[in-house]
Write a protein that binds this ligand. Structure first.
Ligand SMILES: [Zn+2]
Length: 468
């Protein structure tokens, strides 16, 4: 990214600037990341070991569950044997530490939360995620963890060399849209928001709620004429198809950033054709933030300073380059709810070789999961399938869920439950899903034993079981 002077917090110290403490903290992390991304795996592993060991000690001290696991795997004994631990011995013990499944996180619940945080880690906030397997989990996160999260967000802007003076358009869900709102709902904002605008001056941004017809969204994009568009791949695909087939010229943009889902293979080419833009996407999870980020060369790099990323075969051994396995994560900075060797529910393919960008962080060749269909409204319009997923999370007996549109007017909630739901719980979920889908469908519940991934490894939290 071309040098941009940060906001200063001192009158008369405009250049070079002296940023405010929050911006300075973000920039100091970013400065270090700019160095570590050129380190080899073994060097990163060595550098992050004290962070990981500190987290293990904290978890062992405050959580009987984790103490039991680390004792059984011989990791606590190894740590106490002294600071010089051979890499091979560490690796052997680490691979002996059991994988933490989503079911375990669901069942252990608050037992995994550590309220006694080290000084300076701030408060605890809770987030919910269904991730890519439809199994809802609740994650507690500290203020400090959020700061790291933001620093890694900044890194993706730097890697992609984005022009911060441009106009940034997000086509996502705007929680501030009034329920009665019909048609296009957009909010124009003065800057790009945190964390970018915390650090640097930026151009304006626009938040465009996706709940409008594709034709209206296209009109809005033409009016806004953004430099960057950030949205769901499934929605973008629909917008670009309609624009191309209807001969509706869209303004040229610098880059398209997709979030939340895997990208259909044809999307990259369509972005070039219709918007004249390259596409990038982030691989992240609500539990831990960015897992892998795409550099300017389009390569996914694992964010090794943020978490230990393992890709394992069915036998539990690390996959070799070119092979696909389960993604196992150990986030390093969240002391409020440490997760060690957590199975996120995605599959990924190990990459090989060095990237042309020169960074040495591990390459992930492909992340085949997380594709999503659009819901088709009875009117024929297509929308991202927002069905009020937090309401489903609120019913704790639900272990896994999938929302299937079985016809133009029917939605079926397929549920795997630990205990039978009460009538009140069933009515609660149906009413919430009905409200989220704006009363457009007949909604029913079907109880099933399990919900499997498709053969491709994709898990569809929402599926449209018919073609328009
Ligand atoms: Zn690269």
């Amino acid at each position: 990214m071309r040098p941009i002077t940060p906001h200063t917090s001192f009158a008369g110290a405009v250049w070079p600037a002296i940023p405010s403490p929050p911006a300075a903290a973000l920039l100091s992390i970013l400065y270090q990341l700019g160095q570590t991304e050129h380190c080899l795996d073994a060097e990163i592993e060595q550098a992050r070991r004290p962070q990981l060991v500190g987290l293990i000690r904290h978890a062992s001290r405050h959580s009987p569950f984790w103490k039991g696991r680390f004792d059984a795997a011989g990791i606590n004994r190894l740590i106490e044997s002294g600071p010089a631990i051979a890499a091979a011995e560490w690796s052997e013990r680490w691979l002996g530490l059991p994988i933490l499944t989503r079911e375990e996180v669901q069942e252990l619940g608050d037992d995994l939360v550590i309220k006694d945080l080290p000084k300076g880690h701030g408060h605890i906030a809770e987030i919910v995620s269904s991730g890519s397997s439809g199994r809802p989990v609740r994650i507690s996160r500290s203020t400090l963890d959020h700061l790291y999260w933001q620093a890694f967000q900044l890194r993706s802007h730097v890697w992609r060399n984005r022009d911060l003076s441009g106009t940034f358009l997000s086509i996502l869900r705007d929680e501030q849209r009034p329920p009665s709102s019909k048609g296009v709902h957009m909010r124009r904002l003065g800057d790009w928001g945190a964390p970018v605008a915390t650090v640097w001056p930026t151009g304006p941004s626009v938040l465009l709620d996706y709940r409008a017809s594709i034709a209206d969204l296209i009109t809005a994009i033409r009016e806004i004429s953004p430099d960057y568009i950030c949205t769901f791949p499934s929605l973008l695909l629909e917008i670009l198809r309609v624009a191309r087939d209807g001969d509706l010229a869209l303004p040229k943009v610098k880059e398209v950033i997709t979030v939340s889902e895997a990208c259909p293979p044809e999307l990259r080419e369509l972005c070039r054709e219709v918007l004249g833009a390259e596409m990038s996407s982030s691989y992240s999870a609500a539990e831990c933030g960015g897992i892998a980020t795409q550099c300017q060369a389009g390569t996914w790099h694992a964010q090794s300073e943020r978490m230990v990323v393992e890709i394992l075969d069915n036998g539990g051994s690390p996959c070799t380059p070119g092979t696909t396995g389960r993604v196992i994560l150990t986030p390093l900075q969240n002391f409020a709810m440490p997760l060690f060797r957590y199975e996120i529910g995605d599959l990924a393919t190990v990459g090989s070789g060095l990237c042309e960008c020169g960074r040495k962080l591990p390459v992930i060749a492909d992340i085949p999961g997380r594709a999503r269909d659009l819901v088709m409204l009875p009117s024929g319009e297509m929308r991202p399938p927002y069905y009020g997923h937090n309401a489903v999370m609120d019913v704790r007996s639900i272990r896994q869920h999938q929302v299937v549109q079985t016809s133009p007017i029917n939605i079926c909630l397929r549920l795997v439950v630990a205990n039978a739901l009460t009538r009140e719980e069933e009515r609660f979920i149906i009413s919430k899903v009905d409200a989220a889908l704006e009363g457009a469908f007949q909604i029913s519940i079907e109880y099933v034993e399990s919900i499997q991934r498709q053969a491709s490894g994709k898990y569809a939290e929402f599926e449209r079981a018919f073609s328009p």
